[in-house]
Design a protein around this ligand. Sequence first.
Ligand code: NAG
Ligand code: NAG
Ligand code: NAG
Ligand code: NAG
Ligand code: NAG
Ligand code: NAG
Ligand code: NAG
Length: 250
Amino acid sequence: MKGLSILAILVARVTTVVAHWNYNNLIVNGQVVGEPYQYVRRTNNSNHPLQLVNSTDMRCNAGGASGTNTSTYTLHAGDEVGFGVEETFGHPGIQQVYLSRAPGLAADYDGSGPWAKVYAATTLANATSNLTFGSEGLLWAPRRTHSFRFVLPGQTPPGEYLLRAEGLALHAAHKLDCAQFYVACAQIRVLGNGTGSPGPLVPIPGVYNNTTPGVLIPQFWTKITDYAVPGPALWPEGTAVQHSVKQLGS
Ligand SMILES: *[C@@H]1O[C@H](CO)[C@@H](O)[C@H](O)[C@H]1NC(C)=O
Ligand SMILES: *[C@@H]1O[C@H](CO)[C@@H](O)[C@H](O)[C@H]1NC(C)=O
Ligand SMILES: *[C@@H]1O[C@H](CO)[C@@H](O)[C@H](O)[C@H]1NC(C)=O
Ligand SMILES: *[C@@H]1O[C@H](CO)[C@@H](O)[C@H](O)[C@H]1NC(C)=O
Ligand SMILES: *[C@@H]1O[C@H](CO)[C@@H](O)[C@H](O)[C@H]1NC(C)=O
Ligand SMILES: *[C@@H]1O[C@H](CO)[C@@H](O)[C@H](O)[C@H]1NC(C)=O
Ligand SMILES: *[C@@H]1O[C@H](CO)[C@@H](O)[C@H](O)[C@H]1NC(C)=O
């Protein structure tokens, strides 16, 4: 195993790392739309995770501050949206999605404004029952999946937005600054007559610090018996955290 991890580190310098992932596809109403990275800003850091939650890279990943090479997809409030990845969500952990309204065009927006959280997928249903503990402790709904889908709230006001996928891998999160964040922003233009006010609103960075529960976990991940999803409550108020992942084709 030691030899293998050294090899993995060496390989990481020039190529991608197994069990890591990049969000490359925007999914709308059950279909991938466009080409990979047509509507999702491409990172310039291969598939490396972010570990410093105070970095502005937490918004749309390294190299993702501008969307001038990314198209903006037009959809309706209330449509089902989602993300697909290259590789798989190879690590134990969660998936969340945040939404931020662009002051103008999504392509010109760096994500420095406020964000609301619209999706979270965490442990499998019944994870507090011992029936769903595996040999590695809590079971994670997104683990080893390739995509997830959810409904963009029908109350979303018309406008251009960044829709930000955030995967949080927990396999080293018992150590400070070692939770791994995988992040990407899709650019969407929302039509409809939504009049909601997304919130609670949080800044990114700022939504988490490196000791926020759920970013830092109290023990090695196979030992923890419960898990609190970090970040604000979901919008609209009362939206539930998901305990299963609706994949493409499911
Ligand atoms: C961000 O966090 C790291 C690690 O905790 C720390 O070393 C660094 O000073 C912080 N940067 C800023 C700008 O606060
Ligand atoms: C990624 O893009 C950012 C912003 O353009 C730049 O500062 C950074 O050096 C780039 N990183 C790499 C590895 O190319
Ligand atoms: C722009 O996007 C196209 C299509 O995704 C891609 O082939 C090309 O490499 C990108 N160019 C830059 C400079 O990122
Ligand atoms: C948990 O699992 C048990 C056994 O499969 C099932 O009977 C029970 O209804 C489940 N509870 C919930 C809240 O899903
Ligand atoms: C679940 O398993 C743990 C560890 O074996 C044990 O401490 C706990 O009492 C069990 N809980 C239930 C509800 O059976
Ligand atoms: C918005 O409301 C107008 C007027 O009621 C209606 O004609 C239109 O179809 C609605 N648009 C959408 C996208 O629902
Ligand atoms: C980190 O965030 C948590 C809430 O997520 C808060 O309770 C704690 O005070 C914060 N720590 C620092 C150093 O800001």
